[in-house]
Design a protein around this ligand. Sequence first.
Ligand code: GDG
Length: 472
Amino acid sequence: MSDTRAEADVIVVSNRLPVDHSEDAEGGWRRSPGGLVAALEPVLQTTGGAWVGWPGTAGLELDPFEFDGMSLVPVMLTDDDVELYYEGFSNDTIWPLYHDVISPPAYHRVWWDAYVRVNERFARAAASVAREGATVWVHDYQLQLVPKMLRDLRPDLVIGYFHHIPFPAYGLYSQLPWRRQVLDGLLGADVIGFQRVADAGNFARAVRRQLGFDTKAGAIRVPAADGRVRIAVAKAYPISIDAALFDEIARRPDVQARAVEIRESLGNPRTVLFGVDRLDYTKGIMHRLKAYGELLAEHRLDVADVTLVQVASPSRERVAAYMQLRDEIELTVGRINGDHDTVGHTAIRYLHHSYPREEMIALYLAADVMLVTALRDGMNLVAKEYVASRIDGRGALVLSEFTGAADELAQAIKVNPHDIQGLKEAIIAAVQMTPAEQTRRMRALRRRVRDHDVAGWSKRFLADLDAVRSDR
Ligand code: GDG
């Protein structure tokens, strides 16, 4: 890395930099879509801050560079790092374990060694760009060891960590062979943020049981090497979206015209059901298909009236569990369509693609019923995006109670996706919901999402980090 880089007062650290390689874009980089970038970019721009992360291509060694008023600090990952740290430990150990073992987690010591090695690399990169007393905000499960590593390197820093996925109950967490090291790693932060109150509670319980530290009302007393005690705060900060932006795009005439066109191209069914997820076993796509398939088989729904559009965006395609899931989903979709399609109507329009945001919002506008049936999800931003896009106040949201969003979106139709019969009844209730009832519920949902957007989320978190600084 070059030593000409500027030092920063605010540093974000995440596995991925907020940019993607692009041949067409000026300078070769394009801003990646997503709420995190939208929320943090203004903070970094006004403070001249830096973002530390992997540029997304193995073996690519790059010097820090400026992008949109932020300084980007690339961390290099080799092919081995991608396989062992990213696809292995992050996505085949921590991801399934933290999502309640929906898929069995694999525990491999070589994966753990790579995780430690790569976390060290991220910590050193952050330490090297942080000005004296700077604020460093670390993101997500790929980097759970960074807070402690960073504190050891730079005790002057104020360190925050936000966990985007669930933190599991102690009985599951305790499977992890490196359970103490991970807790120690996280406790290096001054503020440890979670999506739900329950996640923060699970974390505090694991700390009590494994490390014996005192944890009162989310204030964890962490003994330091010098015999003193430091307080680490574990608390819920439910993440959100840039609601105003979704509202604005949904109002665009071209997007509304596209929504009409989408319905037409589906043969103008009376009801369009919609699901959009990364193709991931946590999202409950198979449960959704089972319920829908049974409703068709029992003639409670008819393809002449109803179509399900399922976007499953490609994800983690080199991890075996994901390849298997894709096969299962595609077999099931093929069966349901084969059984129920007519020449003019299809039961499921299945799309294994990623779409531009405008197209996603047109799909939200075209959908009468949004199906979010995750078996476990930290938050689920799709649910909030659907609500923010419904400028017409219409539409019904079926929402799994196992998502973080369920804590906030009280007027959704709540479901336990494991209960297929209950899921079927919820789908029918959504299909049959009167326009007046849709409007009544959607008004309250929209108010919630509008008043708790992603800017408010980052402001709350950073204010708590500022309070840590003042206390010092
Ligand atoms: C993790 C946690 C937590 C999806 N397909 C396309 C597309 N998307 C966008 C959605 C949404 C995002 O991706 C997915 O966010 P989710 O929250 O639903 O789920 P994860 O990806 O699993 O995210 C989750 C989140 O982190 C934030 O903390 O909520 O619980 O698992 O924004 O719109 N966007 C576009 N084309 C697609 O095809 N443009």
